[in-house]
Design a binder for this molecule. Structure first.
Ligand code: G3I
Length: 397
């Protein structure tokens, strides 16, 4: 009897201990910000955190993790390729909207905003267009009306569904181009002159009164000499200031943020300064295509951690610089990475001699890298007085 009582008492003790040690129910678990997604933590600041989406990977049944991370970690998405002219109008006059529509529908299902990329760019143009101009069957007058029709057609189709449009992308040359003095570059400037930039914004606004209209470019993370002849950020600053002075409806400037750990890059104060100065023009800003690549030395390719670790840490440090600067400027509305996994990144296919990679925030097996953790910490620990809620600008008329 006594024994049975002891055993019963013992069982109760174990049960009680069990209960005491049992994991508290969700409601009881203390809030753990480190368990939150980038999108949830971004919302603490009103900041949209985004990724470029490879629609082939999104549709691939063998890639469930890709779809889950796109859905769970990001509050804005950008089409990596399917909203580009060569994809939308491969044959003159007949549009293929399927993949672009699927991206917009996916974003709607996931409660995400869409950054439209890209209405006017000198690359990934349909062959019928570049061939027509090259063989003279399309003259500049017709080319201008073709451009107007394209912008009007695309922006009208997605009216009210696009948060930010990259209206014009990469219109400005680089110091290593010829001539080295900075100038308007590329197919559109060569055939229509720099005036096409203002036209493009006016046509986009006429087609969609709701979207924020952005000029997007790379290597404009910080000011340099301040001389627009060789400082691309200054050239872009002067360009958008001039457009605004002429009443052109530019709402923002997108800084792509394609960096490499082999370069000097910038500190947070330099980048924040640039964002503040664009804000001083009444413009919004966004980081639109962030990745930080590294040389894939023999040691890196051989899996030598002493070669790999410094590059992963340097990559993370540069993600930190751009995100911390963005947080410090309330008119910096969004922070988009150009692909989130090394499994689907444009870098190795483009930078193959010498080989480069390791550019994103998840590795090839969808494991978060140091860069992901650093972004998460930035979003958790940032706050007043220097980090405030995002502005909510209205589209310029
Ligand atoms: O669609 C064809 C496919 O049919 C063909 O089988 C395959 C093999 O060559 O090529 C596919 O086209 C590729 C396309 O991506 C779609 O995947 C092109 O070769 C390839 O050059 C293209 O690369 C894209 C690049 O822009 C083109 O300039 C990258 O994915 C994309 O990440 C990159 O994105 C740009 C931004 O739009 C603007 N800023 C710079 C950024 C990086 O270059």
């Amino acid at each position: 009897m006594m024994l049975r009582r002891w055993m019963a008492a013992g069982l109760v003790a174990v049960a009680t201990a069990g209960v005491l040690n049992a994991v508290p129910a969700a409601a009881e678990r203390p809030y753990d910000p480190t368990a939150q997604s980038l999108r949830a933590l971004g919302q603490r600041h009103g900041l949209y955190v985004g990724t470029a989406v490879d629609m082939a990977a999104l549709a691939d049944p063998a890639e469930p993790r890709y779809r889950e991370i796109v859905r769970d970690e990001f509050s804005t998405v950008t089409a990596e390729n399917v909203m580009k002219w060569e994809s939308l109008e491969p044959t003159r006059g007949s549009y293929d909207w399927s993949a672009a529509d699927e991206l917009v529908a996916t974003a709607r299902r996931n409660g995400q905003k869409v950054r439209g990329h890209v209405l006017v760019w000198h690359s990934q143009l349909p062959k019928w267009l570049t061939d027509g101009v090259a063989d003279g069957s399309i003259d500049n007058t017709e080319l201008r009306s073709i451009l107007r029709r394209h912008i009007t057609t695309v922006a009208s189709r997605y009216r009210g569904k696009i948060w930010q449009w990259d209206v014009v992308n990469e219109a400005v040359s680089d110091p290593w181009d010829t001539p080295s003095t900075l100038h308007y570059k590329g197919f559109w400037a060569e055939h229509l002159g720099p005036g096409y930039v203002a036209d493009a914004f006016r046509w986009a606004r006429a087609a969609d009164p709701t979207a924020l209209l952005f000029y997007n470019d790379y290597n404009i993370e910080a000011f340099g000499s301040g001389d627009p002849a060789n400082d691309k950020t200054q050239f872009v600053y002067d360009m958008v200031k001039g457009l605004l002075a002429r009443g052109v409806p530019v709402d923002g400037v997108g800084s792509q943020g394609h960096l490499g750990t082999q370069y000097g890059n910038y500190d947070t104060l330099q980048v924040a300064d640039a964002l503040h100065r664009f804000a001083g023009l009444g413009l919004s800003t966004a980081f639109t295509e962030v990745d930080v690549r590294s040389r894939l030395t023999d040691g890196v390719q051989a899996g030598d951690s002493e070669e790999i670790n410094p590059r992963l840490q340097a990559s993370a440090a540069n993600f930190h610089v751009l995100l911390q600067a963005c947080l410090a400027e309330p008119r910096c509305l969004s922070f988009t990475v150009w692909g989130f996994t090394d499994r689907h990144s444009w870098v190795p296919g483009t930078f193959d001699d010498p080989p480069q990679g390791l550019a994103t925030i998840y590795d090839e097996n969808y494991q978060p890298k140091r860069a992901y953790q650093v972004m998460k910490a930035d979003l958790i620990y940032a706050g007043p007085p220097y980090v405030r809620m995002r502005a909510t600008p209205k589209p310029r008329r």
